[in-house]
Design a protein around this ligand. Structure first.
Ligand SMILES: C[S@@+](CC[C@H](N)C(=O)[O-])C[C@H]1O[C@@H](n2cnc3c(N)ncnc32)[C@H](O)[C@@H]1O
Length: 180
């Protein structure tokens, strides 16, 4: 299924967001959140909706040489930014992936852990989106998702309505889910 038009930001919007993130990351380094979500060495991890890739260096370090990180986004500028970071920071285990709609193109059962941060509020068809995350997670794998710019009860309602995930743990910053 294709993402509806509203989900792909304009190029200008994407550039403004990236500039904002650069400033924000100087104040609150993004790695602090990664310490809490349970990424471990040798895991295969998917950063879904990776944007300009502010989490990829930290996640890449955490999975180590024998792990892998897929950085997935629907925006071409996101993928260009990830490719630049991979080159500049010599990240050997990061694979950029341009998604089409709600299709990442990754094989079923790829990921030990998927994280989707600051993007769930943008998704017009949450069940289709959560269905794709469910398809790519391994049995017993973990989805870490945050609210983005929506209230917690809206996030929970969307997850429950999908019928695909069990919310196992909640913090103020994110929800940890397991596939049904
Ligand atoms: C606000 S940015 C957050 C980027 C990153 N997760 C972070 O926290 O720094 C949201 C990103 O989600 C991406 N996105 C929106 N809908 C998507 C979809 N259906 N599939 C993949 N990426 C999507 C956007 O293109 C954008 O890069």
């Amino acid at each position: 299924m294709q993402a509806r038009a509203g989900e792909r930001m304009s190029d200008t919007g994407f550039r403004i967001m990236s500039a904002f993130f650069r400033i924000q990351d100087l104040i609150w380094p993004p790695d602090r959140l990664l310490d809490q979500i349970g990424i471990r060495e040798r895991m295969t991890v998917v950063d879904y909706g990776c944007g300009p890739g502010r989490y990829i260096a930290g996640a890449s370090r955490r999975v180590g040489r024998t792990g892998r990180l897929y950085a997935v986004d629907i925006h071409e500028l996101a993928i260009e930014a990830v490719v630049r970071r991979v080159r500049e920071e010599r990240l050997i285990n990061v694979v950029p992936v341009l998604a089409r709609g709600y299709d990442s193109g990754l094989p079923a059962g790829t990921a030990d852990l998927v994280y989707a941060l600051d993007m769930f509020h943008m998704i017009r068809d949450p069940s289709a989106f959560l269905g794709e995350l469910h398809r790519i997670i391994k049995p017993g794998g973990v989805l870490v998702i945050d609210d983005g710019h929506q209230p917690r009860e809206v996030t929970l309602k969307k997850i429950r309505a999908s019928g695909l995930w069990v919310v196992e743990h909640e913090t103020a910053a994110f929800l940890r889910c397991r596939p049904k």
